[in-house]
Design a protein around this ligand. Structure first.
Ligand code: GDP
Length: 295
Protein backbone atom coordinates (compact mmCIF):
# COMPACT_ATOMS: atom_id res chain seq x y z
CA UNK A 1 0.00 0.00 0.00
CA UNK A 2 2.97 2.36 0.33
CA UNK A 3 5.02 3.71 -2.53
CA UNK A 4 8.71 4.31 -2.65
CA UNK A 5 10.08 7.83 -2.40
CA UNK A 6 7.30 9.99 -3.69
CA UNK A 7 7.29 11.75 -7.03
CA UNK A 8 6.75 15.07 -5.23
CA UNK A 9 9.93 14.75 -3.27
CA UNK A 10 11.85 13.50 -6.28
CA UNK A 11 10.88 16.50 -8.35
CA UNK A 12 11.58 18.93 -5.52
CA UNK A 13 15.06 17.49 -5.38
CA UNK A 14 15.60 18.25 -9.04
CA UNK A 15 16.24 21.85 -8.05
CA UNK A 16 19.66 20.71 -6.88
CA UNK A 17 22.03 21.82 -9.56
CA UNK A 18 25.50 20.90 -10.73
CA UNK A 19 27.15 17.64 -11.40
CA UNK A 20 29.86 15.48 -9.95
CA UNK A 21 29.85 16.06 -6.20
CA UNK A 22 27.51 16.62 -3.28
CA UNK A 23 28.49 19.77 -1.42
CA UNK A 24 26.94 21.61 1.50
CA UNK A 25 25.75 24.18 -1.02
CA UNK A 26 23.94 21.91 -3.41
CA UNK A 27 22.59 19.66 -0.65
CA UNK A 28 21.06 22.35 1.55
CA UNK A 29 17.81 22.79 -0.34
CA UNK A 30 17.28 19.07 -0.68
CA UNK A 31 17.90 18.43 2.98
CA UNK A 32 15.54 21.24 3.94
CA UNK A 33 12.83 19.50 1.93
CA UNK A 34 13.53 16.17 3.65
CA UNK A 35 13.51 17.80 7.09
CA UNK A 36 10.18 19.51 6.43
CA UNK A 37 8.66 16.32 5.12
CA UNK A 38 9.76 14.31 8.16
CA UNK A 39 8.46 16.90 10.62
CA UNK A 40 5.14 16.94 8.78
CA UNK A 41 5.05 13.15 9.10
CA UNK A 42 5.27 13.63 12.88
CA UNK A 43 8.82 12.39 13.36
CA UNK A 44 10.06 13.98 16.57
CA UNK A 45 12.41 16.94 16.21
CA UNK A 46 15.45 15.37 17.86
CA UNK A 47 15.15 12.26 15.70
CA UNK A 48 14.96 14.42 12.57
CA UNK A 49 18.08 16.32 13.67
CA UNK A 50 20.01 13.08 14.19
CA UNK A 51 18.87 11.80 10.86
CA UNK A 52 19.91 14.95 8.99
CA UNK A 53 23.33 14.73 10.57
CA UNK A 54 23.75 11.12 9.49
CA UNK A 55 22.70 11.88 5.94
CA UNK A 56 24.97 14.92 5.65
CA UNK A 57 27.96 12.96 6.92
CA UNK A 58 27.28 10.14 4.47
CA UNK A 59 26.74 12.47 1.56
CA UNK A 60 29.32 15.20 1.94
CA UNK A 61 32.07 14.99 -0.61
CA UNK A 62 30.62 11.82 -2.01
CA UNK A 63 31.51 11.47 -5.63
CA UNK A 64 28.38 11.05 -7.58
CA UNK A 65 28.20 8.09 -9.91
CA UNK A 66 28.61 9.14 -13.51
CA UNK A 67 25.17 7.85 -14.29
CA UNK A 68 23.52 9.96 -11.57
CA UNK A 69 23.04 13.63 -10.84
CA UNK A 70 23.56 14.99 -7.30
CA UNK A 71 19.85 15.10 -6.54
CA UNK A 72 19.47 11.46 -7.50
CA UNK A 73 22.40 10.50 -5.34
CA UNK A 74 20.98 12.44 -2.37
CA UNK A 75 17.60 10.76 -2.80
CA UNK A 76 19.39 7.41 -2.74
CA UNK A 77 21.31 8.27 0.42
CA UNK A 78 18.22 9.59 2.25
CA UNK A 79 16.21 6.57 1.28
CA UNK A 80 18.81 3.99 2.23
CA UNK A 81 19.62 5.70 5.55
CA UNK A 82 15.94 5.76 6.43
CA UNK A 83 15.60 2.08 5.61
CA UNK A 84 18.68 1.29 7.63
CA UNK A 85 17.47 3.04 10.79
CA UNK A 86 13.94 1.62 10.46
CA UNK A 87 15.40 -1.90 10.30
CA UNK A 88 16.27 -4.61 11.05
CA UNK A 89 13.35 -6.63 9.78
CA UNK A 90 12.27 -9.33 12.23
CA UNK A 91 8.66 -10.47 11.87
CA UNK A 92 9.39 -13.80 13.60
CA UNK A 93 7.61 -14.57 16.88
CA UNK A 94 10.64 -16.65 17.87
CA UNK A 95 8.60 -19.64 18.96
CA UNK A 96 10.47 -22.09 21.15
CA UNK A 97 10.68 -25.69 20.05
CA UNK A 98 9.38 -26.86 23.43
CA UNK A 99 6.94 -25.57 25.99
CA UNK A 100 4.62 -22.65 25.44
CA UNK A 101 6.20 -19.50 24.07
CA UNK A 102 4.84 -16.71 26.24
CA UNK A 103 4.06 -13.51 24.36
CA UNK A 104 3.10 -10.50 26.45
CA UNK A 105 1.38 -7.54 24.81
CA UNK A 106 1.53 -4.22 26.61
CA UNK A 107 0.59 -0.66 25.73
CA UNK A 108 -1.73 2.19 26.61
CA UNK A 109 -5.50 1.72 26.72
CA UNK A 110 -6.99 1.79 23.24
CA UNK A 111 -3.67 1.17 21.48
CA UNK A 112 -5.04 -2.06 20.00
CA UNK A 113 -3.72 -4.84 22.26
CA UNK A 114 -6.89 -6.94 22.39
CA UNK A 115 -7.44 -6.61 18.65
CA UNK A 116 -3.80 -7.55 18.08
CA UNK A 117 -4.31 -10.72 20.16
CA UNK A 118 -6.84 -11.73 17.53
CA UNK A 119 -4.55 -10.77 14.66
CA UNK A 120 -1.62 -12.76 16.06
CA UNK A 121 -3.95 -15.72 16.68
CA UNK A 122 -5.03 -15.60 13.07
CA UNK A 123 -1.39 -15.53 11.96
CA UNK A 124 -0.56 -18.51 14.16
CA UNK A 125 -3.60 -20.43 13.03
CA UNK A 126 -2.39 -20.08 9.46
CA UNK A 127 0.63 -22.06 10.65
CA UNK A 128 -1.63 -24.61 12.36
CA UNK A 129 -0.78 -23.31 15.83
CA UNK A 130 -3.61 -22.66 18.24
CA UNK A 131 -2.60 -20.16 20.90
CA UNK A 132 -4.20 -19.72 24.31
CA UNK A 133 -5.25 -16.13 24.99
CA UNK A 134 -5.16 -14.83 28.56
CA UNK A 135 -7.54 -12.03 29.51
CA UNK A 136 -5.37 -10.04 31.92
CA UNK A 137 -6.79 -6.60 31.14
CA UNK A 138 -8.78 -6.10 34.32
CA UNK A 139 -8.96 -2.32 33.89
CA UNK A 140 -11.14 -1.87 30.84
CA UNK A 141 -14.57 -3.26 31.78
CA UNK A 142 -15.32 -4.81 28.39
CA UNK A 143 -11.86 -6.23 27.70
CA UNK A 144 -12.47 -9.75 29.01
CA UNK A 145 -15.67 -10.21 27.02
CA UNK A 146 -14.02 -8.66 23.94
CA UNK A 147 -11.29 -11.30 24.11
CA UNK A 148 -13.88 -14.06 24.50
CA UNK A 149 -15.68 -12.80 21.40
CA UNK A 150 -12.39 -12.90 19.49
CA UNK A 151 -11.72 -16.40 20.83
CA UNK A 152 -15.11 -17.62 19.63
CA UNK A 153 -14.70 -15.98 16.21
CA UNK A 154 -11.31 -17.56 15.67
CA UNK A 155 -11.95 -20.75 17.57
CA UNK A 156 -9.06 -20.24 19.97
CA UNK A 157 -9.31 -20.81 23.74
CA UNK A 158 -9.40 -17.87 26.13
CA UNK A 159 -8.44 -18.07 29.78
CA UNK A 160 -10.13 -15.61 32.14
CA UNK A 161 -11.08 -15.29 35.79
CA UNK A 162 -13.79 -12.62 35.87
CA UNK A 163 -13.82 -12.39 39.66
CA UNK A 164 -10.09 -12.21 40.18
CA UNK A 165 -8.75 -8.66 40.64
CA UNK A 166 -5.10 -9.64 40.42
CA UNK A 167 -3.77 -9.65 36.83
CA UNK A 168 -0.49 -11.24 37.94
CA UNK A 169 -2.33 -14.27 39.31
CA UNK A 170 -4.47 -14.50 36.17
CA UNK A 171 -1.38 -14.48 33.93
CA UNK A 172 0.33 -17.09 36.07
CA UNK A 173 -2.72 -19.38 36.03
CA UNK A 174 -3.15 -18.86 32.28
CA UNK A 175 0.46 -19.80 31.59
CA UNK A 176 0.17 -22.85 33.86
CA UNK A 177 -2.92 -23.93 31.94
CA UNK A 178 -1.12 -23.48 28.61
CA UNK A 179 1.72 -25.61 29.93
CA UNK A 180 -0.60 -28.30 31.24
CA UNK A 181 -2.47 -28.45 27.94
CA UNK A 182 0.66 -28.41 25.81
CA UNK A 183 -0.23 -25.16 24.01
CA UNK A 184 2.62 -23.91 21.82
CA UNK A 185 1.87 -20.24 22.38
CA UNK A 186 0.18 -18.23 25.10
CA UNK A 187 -0.60 -14.55 24.53
CA UNK A 188 -1.16 -12.26 27.52
CA UNK A 189 -3.54 -9.37 26.89
CA UNK A 190 -2.44 -7.00 29.66
CA UNK A 191 -4.18 -3.83 30.76
CA UNK A 192 -3.23 -0.34 29.69
CA UNK A 193 -4.14 2.98 31.23
CA UNK A 194 -5.10 6.25 29.55
CA UNK A 195 -1.61 7.53 30.26
CA UNK A 196 1.56 6.09 31.71
CA UNK A 197 1.40 5.83 35.48
CA UNK A 198 3.23 4.10 38.29
CA UNK A 199 0.44 1.62 38.91
CA UNK A 200 0.57 0.39 35.31
CA UNK A 201 4.34 0.08 35.30
CA UNK A 202 4.38 -1.77 38.58
CA UNK A 203 1.63 -4.16 37.38
CA UNK A 204 3.54 -4.95 34.19
CA UNK A 205 6.79 -5.42 36.08
CA UNK A 206 5.12 -7.91 38.44
CA UNK A 207 3.64 -9.89 35.54
CA UNK A 208 7.01 -9.85 33.79
CA UNK A 209 8.74 -11.17 36.91
CA UNK A 210 6.14 -13.81 37.65
CA UNK A 211 5.78 -15.43 34.22
CA UNK A 212 9.07 -14.42 32.47
CA UNK A 213 7.59 -13.89 29.00
CA UNK A 214 9.71 -14.94 26.04
CA UNK A 215 8.60 -12.02 23.91
CA UNK A 216 7.32 -8.66 25.14
CA UNK A 217 5.75 -6.49 22.48
CA UNK A 218 4.67 -2.91 22.88
CA UNK A 219 1.48 -2.10 20.97
CA UNK A 220 1.47 1.54 19.92
CA UNK A 221 -1.28 3.58 18.30
CA UNK A 222 0.28 5.02 15.15
CA UNK A 223 -2.14 7.95 15.15
CA UNK A 224 -0.93 9.35 18.46
CA UNK A 225 2.32 10.79 17.14
CA UNK A 226 4.45 12.40 19.78
CA UNK A 227 2.60 10.78 22.70
CA UNK A 228 3.49 7.38 21.31
CA UNK A 229 7.15 8.27 21.50
CA UNK A 230 7.02 9.45 25.10
CA UNK A 231 5.15 6.38 26.28
CA UNK A 232 7.37 3.99 24.30
CA UNK A 233 10.40 5.37 26.13
CA UNK A 234 8.76 4.71 29.51
CA UNK A 235 7.63 1.17 28.61
CA UNK A 236 11.11 0.37 27.38
CA UNK A 237 12.68 1.58 30.63
CA UNK A 238 10.32 -0.61 32.64
CA UNK A 239 10.27 -3.80 30.57
CA UNK A 240 12.80 -5.27 28.27
CA UNK A 241 10.87 -4.94 25.04
CA UNK A 242 11.50 -7.39 22.21
CA UNK A 243 9.52 -5.58 19.59
CA UNK A 244 6.91 -3.01 18.68
CA UNK A 245 3.61 -3.45 16.87
CA UNK A 246 2.27 -0.17 15.53
CA UNK A 247 -1.47 -0.13 14.89
CA UNK A 248 -3.90 2.09 12.98
CA UNK A 249 -1.61 2.80 10.06
CA UNK A 250 -4.57 2.33 7.75
CA UNK A 251 -5.58 5.93 8.42
CA UNK A 252 -4.03 9.17 7.22
CA UNK A 253 -1.15 9.10 9.68
CA UNK A 254 2.15 9.26 7.81
CA UNK A 255 3.69 7.03 10.45
CA UNK A 256 6.58 9.25 11.48
CA UNK A 257 5.99 8.15 15.07
CA UNK A 258 7.24 4.76 14.01
CA UNK A 259 10.68 6.15 13.25
CA UNK A 260 10.77 7.97 16.59
CA UNK A 261 9.58 4.89 18.51
CA UNK A 262 12.25 2.80 16.79
CA UNK A 263 14.85 5.41 17.71
CA UNK A 264 13.74 5.58 21.35
CA UNK A 265 13.38 1.82 21.99
CA UNK A 266 15.98 0.39 19.61
CA UNK A 267 13.90 -2.79 19.21
CA UNK A 268 12.54 -4.11 15.90
CA UNK A 269 9.19 -2.99 14.59
CA UNK A 270 7.59 -6.39 14.12
CA UNK A 271 4.23 -5.69 12.51
CA UNK A 272 1.95 -2.87 11.55
CA UNK A 273 -1.81 -2.92 12.01
CA UNK A 274 -3.74 -1.73 8.98
CA UNK A 275 -7.35 -2.21 9.99
CA UNK A 276 -9.73 -3.65 12.54
CA UNK A 277 -10.00 -7.11 11.01
CA UNK A 278 -7.93 -10.08 12.04
CA UNK A 279 -6.08 -10.23 8.75
CA UNK A 280 -5.06 -6.56 8.93
CA UNK A 281 -1.59 -7.20 10.28
CA UNK A 282 1.41 -6.85 8.01
CA UNK A 283 5.02 -7.75 8.67
CA UNK A 284 6.90 -4.48 8.87
CA UNK A 285 8.68 -3.44 5.66
CA UNK A 286 11.06 -0.49 6.03
CA UNK A 287 11.01 0.28 2.29
CA UNK A 288 7.29 0.94 2.27
CA UNK A 289 7.45 2.99 5.44
CA UNK A 290 10.34 5.10 4.19
CA UNK A 291 8.26 6.10 1.18
CA UNK A 292 5.30 6.93 3.35
CA UNK A 293 7.26 9.10 5.76
CA UNK A 294 9.00 11.01 2.98
CA UNK A 295 5.92 11.98 1.01
P1 GDP B 1 -6.72 -2.11 23.77
O1 GDP B 1 -7.37 -1.23 24.82
O2 GDP B 1 -5.26 -1.80 23.66
O3 GDP B 1 -6.98 -3.57 23.99
O4 GDP B 1 -7.34 -1.68 22.36
P2 GDP B 1 -8.40 -2.44 21.40
O5 GDP B 1 -7.79 -3.68 20.85
O6 GDP B 1 -9.70 -2.57 22.09
O7 GDP B 1 -8.49 -1.39 20.22
C1 GDP B 1 -9.03 -0.10 20.38
C2 GDP B 1 -9.76 0.30 19.11
O8 GDP B 1 -8.82 0.40 18.05
C3 GDP B 1 -10.79 -0.71 18.66
O9 GDP B 1 -11.91 -0.01 18.19
C4 GDP B 1 -10.10 -1.47 17.53
O10 GDP B 1 -11.01 -1.97 16.59
C5 GDP B 1 -9.24 -0.37 16.95
N1 GDP B 1 -8.03 -0.87 16.25
C6 GDP B 1 -7.07 -1.71 16.72
N2 GDP B 1 -6.11 -1.90 15.79
C7 GDP B 1 -6.47 -1.17 14.70
C8 GDP B 1 -5.87 -0.93 13.39
O11 GDP B 1 -4.79 -1.42 13.04
N3 GDP B 1 -6.55 -0.08 12.57
C9 GDP B 1 -7.73 0.50 12.94
N4 GDP B 1 -8.33 1.32 12.07
N5 GDP B 1 -8.30 0.32 14.14
C10 GDP B 1 -7.69 -0.51 15.01
Amino acid sequence: MFESLSDGLQSAFKSLSGKGKLTEGNMRDGLDIVQKSMLEADVSYSVVQDFMKRVSEKALGKRVLLSLRPHEELVNIVHSELISILGPVDPSLHLKSEGPTIIMLCGLQGSGKTTTCGKLSQLLKEENIKPLLVAADLQRPAAIEQLHVIGRQLDVPVYSEPDNKDPVAVCKAGVDKARAEGARVVILDTAGRLAIDEELMSELKRIDKKVSPDQVYLVVDGMTGQDAVNSAGKFNETLELDGVIMTKLDGDARGGALLSVKHVTGVPIKFIGTGEHFDALEPFRPEGMAGRILQ
